[in-house]
Write a protein that binds this ligand. Structure first.
Ligand code: GLC
Length: 547
């Protein structure tokens, strides 16, 4: 297939507009740490904060300069810590509040940043706030901090809280039944039990979230990934009330913590970023984009992948569906914030699931050369596998998706428990990948061709080339069929990336591109004015400088 297109680089502005917010986001590359599975420093079988501290140099060596850590707070762990009992205290299994402080100090010494997970929408039923809210015949400060519905009204989803000591109304949960929703109010209340956002109880909840953020920011944290950020306010079809809420917090950040960041789990950048988030992630739910690229479907589809996703080899490599939506969000947010397209996370199958190394590298080549802030999920940089038969632990099983398959311990070496822990194997948080050929950091360190070193090379390119920076321009050049070709540009520098995820070879010529120098390729070449692509291949090429 040969196509001739105009290279539109003349239209690319010479200096990209830089979004407002902390400067460090312009060069940030995040690494997501699932703390219980990362590194166990005290031999109890569960990863911990001191363990993360000992691995900061490794994370830095991958090319990441920021970490997001899943919830580390006091919790009964019904949903792996997303059921918080005390927002102001680290769960003993991870260490102490002082360990958070040390982690931040150690990260800052290395020029790195640390973001915590803010579970803004709900608590555990064991939270003292909820226990007091549920107290029978004892109205108190917390009575309306949760959403209580009349027992005889049978509001869909409402849950009873049985027991003599508790009130007879039912509460609304957010996710699992043991995660009662905090009451930020209703944008358009239409039942007496639905409080407006201006109700003193809703204001008190809003202020408490601010106190929580202040507490951890003062201890040294650099910001938060906000869990279920879109859904705090109910009956808000035009997002006006939720936008006002996040504006409120963002203004407070800008005034008091201008170096701190807010990252949303929203998956709708065109709404989340104008609402106040510095970064929003495209994910397997929300706006259809991520699933059209990497394939994971919403949670109701278990491990299934979207068959037409761009990176499903058999699908033939059509980027149009993804691009249509991505460009909409990119155009709306380019000068205001950053889009993140993560390699994976703790809620979906790893990118290696059902794919070979060449396919995974092609994915990384695209994700790590796109604009926005990259996020690497721990272990994806060494090609860890998704284990669909992993045991169910702490709410991992969601409908028919076994999230624990992406939550097994990090593989550090060929040693006992893959170097994760000195505990007995049956005491580990989750079993180690049992495969003899499982990847590990120590082995990959020694192999210049390993996935780890490949990831490092990609991130080094990103660091060293202004045209690949988070804020550099992005422009699709060819998106009709394979390969997908796009331009990144900043100042005088222009880089072209060509991606062919399909099992068929392909060729494309771009008018005015007569010279392209390979920076990093896998099965790709530029010959006689054409990009020639093998099956499942990518190429990153420098174009001559614009003058
Ligand atoms: C988010 C988390 C997920 C958790 C849920 C409920 O989606 O990523 O792991 O189960 O929120 O808090």
């Amino acid at each position: 297939m040969v196509a001739t297109l105009y290279l539109a680089s003349e239209t690319v502005t010479l200096s990209a507009d830089v979004p407002p917010g902390p400067k460090w986001l312009q060069t940030a590359v995040f690494y997501q740490v699932y703390p219980q599975s990362y590194f166990d420093s005290n031999g109890d079988g569960i990863g911990d904060l001191p363990g993360i501290i000992t691995k900061l140099d490794y994370i830095r060596s991958v090319g990441c300069n920021a970490v997001w850590i899943n919830p580390i707070f006091e919790s009964p762990f019904g949903d792996a810590g997303y059921d918080v009992a005390d927002f102001y205290k680290v769960a003993p299994r991870y260490g102490t509040n002082d360990d958070v402080k040390n982690l931040c100090t150690e990260a800052h010494k290395r020029g790195m940043h640390v973001c915590l997970d803010l579970v803004a929408g709900h608590t555990s039923i064991l939270s003292p706030w909820f226990q007091q809210s549920a107290a029978r015949d004892q109205p108190n400060r917390y009575s309306n901090w949760y959403i209580w519905t009349p027992a005889d009204e049978n509001v869909p989803g409402s849950q009873p809280f049985p027991g003599e000591r508790y009130r007879s109304e039912r509460y609304l949960p957010n996710f699992f039944a043991f995660q009662p929703a905090l009451n930020y109010g209703y944008a358009r209340p239409d039942r007496p039990w639905q409080l407006p956002t201006s109700d003193p109880a809703c204001i008190a909840v809003r202020e408490e979230l601010k106190n929580i953020m202040k507490f951890w920011l003062d201890l040294g944290a650099d910001g938060f990934r906000v869990d279920l950020a879109a859904s705090l306010i109910r009956n808000d079809p035009d997002h006006a009330a939720i936008t006002a809420l996040w504006h409120y917090y963002r203004n407070w950040f800008d005034q008091n913590y201008p170096e701190a960041v807010l990252i949303s789990e929203w998956s709708n950048p065109a709404v989340a970023i104008p609402a106040g988030f510095h970064v929003d992630s495209l994910l397997q739910f929300g706006e259809p984009a991520y699933s059209l690229l990497l394939g994971p479907k919403s949670r109701l589809n278990g491990n299934a992948r979207e068959p037409h996703a761009f990176f499903q080899r058999a699908a033939g490599g059509d980027i149009k569906a993804f691009l249509a939506n991505y460009l909409k969000h990119y155009a709306a947010t380019k000068t205001r914030g950053y889009i993140a397209i993560p390699t994976g996370n703790h809620d979906m199958p790893r990118p290696t699931w059902g794919r070979d190394t060449q396919e995974v590298r092609t994915i990384f080549a695209m994700l790590l050369t796109m604009p926005g802030v990259p996020f690497i999920y721990f272990g994806d940089e060494i090609g860890m596998r998704f284990l669909p038969d992993a045991p169910n632990k702490e709410g991992g099983l969601l409908d028919d998706l076994q999230r624990c398959g992406s939550r097994t311990p990090m593989q550090w070496s060929r040693g006992n428990n893959a170097g994760f822990s000195t505990a007995a194997p049956d005491e580990l948080y989750l079993p180690i990948d049992p495969s003899d050929s499982r990847p590990d950091v120590a082995t990959e360190e020694k192999d210049p061709t390993s996935m780890l070193n490949f990831t490092r090379t990609l991130l080094k390119l990103r660091r060293e080339h202004p045209a690949l920076a988070n804020t550099a321009d992005f422009e699709p050049m060819y998106a009709e069929t394979t390969p997908f070709v796009y331009l990144r540009a900043a100042g005088l520098e222009r880089i072209i990336i060509s991606i062919n995820p399909s099992g068929r070879p392909c060729t494309v010529a771009l008018k005015k591109v007569t010279k392209a120098t390979p920076l990093l390729v896998q099965g790709a070449a530029f010959r006689e004015g054409r990009f020639e692509m093998d099956p499942v291949s990518f190429g990153i090429f420098a174009l001559p400088d614009r003058l």
